[in-house]
Design a protein around this ligand. Structure first.
Ligand SMILES: [Zn+2]
Length: 146
């Protein structure tokens, strides 16, 4: 039918919107506490453990912050001024853009549900930690993550 033939795209748009909103909410929340987003969760760079950690936030990230600054540098910077937050924001925006690019690519390759599942799995230690509103939103568009 016509609906079936053309139903795919609007549904995927809704999913992307949900996914983008969800991702943005997580970003905002983390940024407020000075967290840097990484594919496996987030780094609280204020914590002592990063004082002598000379890796970039994410070794695979190509953003200016990761190319120039180590976790130790950003950790030290937190003590003096708010510039650390600026660097982390640059990284977090880059992270979001990369993530959205990957999401778009997965849609082109018709594996978006798998992409979302992999994202959730990497981001949360267990399924019990998935935010219920995200699980519900995804379920409404037929992506079952739990
Ligand atoms: Zn980065």
């Amino acid at each position: 039918s016509t609906v079936q033939r053309f139903g795919f795209k609007p549904v995927m748009l809704i999913v992307i919107l949900y996914f983008a909103i969800f991702n943005e909410a997580v970003c905002d929340l983390f940024q407020r506490f000075g967290s840097a987003l990484v594919p496996w969760g987030s780094l609280q760079l204020k914590q002592k453990q990063y004082a002598k950690d000379f890796q970039p936030i994410d070794p695979d990230c190509q953003c200016p912050t990761c190319r120039r600054h180590s976790r130790a540098y950003l950790h030290a910077l937190f003590k003096s001024d708010t510039a650390a937050l600026h660097h982390i924001t640059i990284h977090n925006i880059s992270y979001q853009l990369t993530l959205m690019r990957s999401a778009r690519q997965s849609i082109i390759e018709q594996r978006f549900p798998e992409f979302v599942k992999a994202f959730m799995k990497r981001m949360f230690a267990s399924r019990e930690q998935y935010p219920s509103w995200a699980v519900e939103a995804l379920r409404s568009v037929n992506i079952h993550v739990s």
